[in-house]
Design a protein. Structure first.
Length: 503
């Protein structure tokens, strides 16, 4: 069976034959063809100081994305896999120049060489990180910045008026939910969904450690706020999920140094009352004290790297038994929320990478056909519409968006179940069936068969409205795909699927 990427690539080639003598159309189509062969593009966006670059450093595990307010943070910057470190600057006039790869204090310095941000289309950082093998991460300037031109760079890149977004999916960082956040997510959905009407955004409640004034239970408070947003449905129709993240802690835990662990271990050895007094505030923590083995300068660096919340949590974990740097790093990473975020990115974006990339290509072709119509494109238009309508994962993505926006309401209050079965919480069998990851194959099979019976009955019920029945049929197809996946593992015996008459 021809893959969706192959079908999309074939449509691009057909369009190239027709637009060969049109420089604008040809360049666009060649870009779409290259895009199909590249890793999935995931942009990180949000308002200024939302923690975008910090998250990128945490994902990659190295401090290569600048977190200061320098010129490079005003530019769209791509981080992609490369065998050796390399930085290139792409100018709006088409020129491409190499930039020096330079580190200061362990941090990569992105020096634009005196060029103004307005003259630069993008910076590209090639880096030998395994985290970048299957995904290209794009750092964007702050939305709603006081500098209108800075905000406009992100908006032009992510939500172009007359073209599909340059990103296949987005992780949107926000400290609190503002109207500008909702407006941007709505605009991104409009620019990327097109006729497919899908959701491909993940919302992150960033800087979660600051929500509870740096208390050790701050992440619990942030998790409660994220739960409230979910219950209220505030971002439900615009994002697949909303998660809390302590970005600074995530970055520092992924880049924890032995010297930092030694300093934290020394502080943790203090008597509990003394340690608690030291950690009451940043001022107290930095105050010179000859009785402390850790100098004020080292404490200042710890505060800069981990924040007061991170130092408090690290101290508590060390006192609880984290006896080496690697163990502490793993615990801090897990508690920062990074592990859960990466799991969702993997389940929702990377697992659907082929379809997200193909969808971007189809949207690009469709935009070109509408804006620059030519004779001989009717067959391409028909093939494009047929692929979008018939491919099951595209149908799942459309239905997921309809369920989130309440455009479709399933019978018997089964919206949540339908959402899970079509991949709303992940595309693996366990995630679709709401079962534990370690569930036995026979349990998964019985669960899948039960879902299939229920949804076939709903789809074939003569009292079900036609539009609802069609939506139920998508769920039925998803259940059948789960059963096929389980059986393809050669762990389960084949069972006869239930067949129901409309009566």
């Amino acid at each position: 069976m021809t893959s969706v990427l192959d079908q999309a690539s074939d449509l691009v080639r057909q369009a190239l034959d027709i637009y060969e003598d049109d420089p604008i159309g040809r360049d666009l189509l060649q870009g779409l063809h290259s895009r199909l062969e590249e890793p999935l593009r995931v942009a990180v966006a949000g308002m200024i100081k939302a923690g975008k670059s910090t998250l990128i450093n945490a994902i990659i595990g190295e401090e290569i994305a600048p977190t200061d307010a320098g010129e490079s943070t005003r530019i769209v910057t791509w981080y992609r896999f490369g065998a050796t470190p390399r930085i290139t600057v792409h100018l709006h006039d088409g020129a491409i120049d190499a930039l020096p790869v330079r580190r200061v204090g362990g941090r990569l310095v992105l020096d634009t060489g005196g060029r103004h941000a307005a003259d630069i289309a993008r910076l590209v950082v090639d880096w030998p990180s395994r985290q970048l093998r299957d995904i290209t991460i794009i750092d964007t300037p702050g939305i709603a910045s006081l500098s209108e031109d800075v905000s406009q760079r992100s908006l032009t890149f992510l939500t172009p008026v007359d073209a599909p977004s340059e990103a296949d999916a987005i992780v949107y960082m926000m400290r609190h939910l503002h109207a500008s956040d909702l407006n941007f997510l709505e605009a991104f959905k409009d620019s990327t969904a097109g006729r497919s009407a899908t959701i491909n955004a993940l919302a992150v409640l960033s800087r979660a450690d600051e929500i509870g004034s740096g208390r050790i239970d701050s992440l619990l408070s942030a998790g409660n706020i994220a739960d409230r947003y979910r219950r209220e449905g505030v971002v439900q129709k615009l994002a697949l999920e909303i998660l809390p993240l302590a970005g600074l802690l995530a970055q520092s835990s992924r880049t924890l140094r032995q010297s930092e662990f030694s300093a934290l271990q020394s502080l943790s050895s203090l008597e509990r009352p003394e340690l608690e007094r030291l950690l009451l505030s940043a001022d107290r923590f930095l105050r010179p004290d000859p009785r402390l083995a850790v100098s004020p300068e080292i404490r200042a660096e710890l505060l800069n790297r981990f924040g007061l919340f991170g130092v408090r949590l690290a101290s508590a974990l060390i006192r609880a038994g984290c006896s080496d740097a690697s163990t502490l790093a793993r615990q801090l990473t897990r508690r920062s929320g990074l592990d859960e975020l990466l799991a969702v990115v993997s389940a929702q974006f990377q697992a659907r990478a082929d379809h997200l990339k193909a969808r971007s290509a189809l949207l690009g072709i469709g935009t070109l056909l509408r804006q620059r119509p030519r004779a001989g494109t009717s067959a391409i238009t028909s093939s494009l519409e047929r692929l979008e309508a018939s491919d099951h994962e595209f149908r799942e993505l459309r239905l997921l968006a309809d369920l989130r926006s309440q455009a479709v309401v399933m019978p018997n209050g089964l919206n949540a179940e339908a959402e899970a079965l079509i991949g709303g919480h992940g595309v693996g069998p366990s995630a679709r069936l709401g079962a534990p990851d370690d569930a036995q194959p026979e349990v998964l099979l019985d669960t899948a068969m039960g879902h299939l019976r229920r949804w076939r009955s709903l789809a074939q019920n003569p009292l079900t409205y036609r539009e609802t029945a069609e939506a139920c049929q998508v769920v039925v197809r998803s259940c059948e795909a789960v059963l096929h996946s389980l059986r393809s593992q050669e762990l389960l015996p084949a069972r006869k699927l239930p067949v129901y008459d409309r009566e």
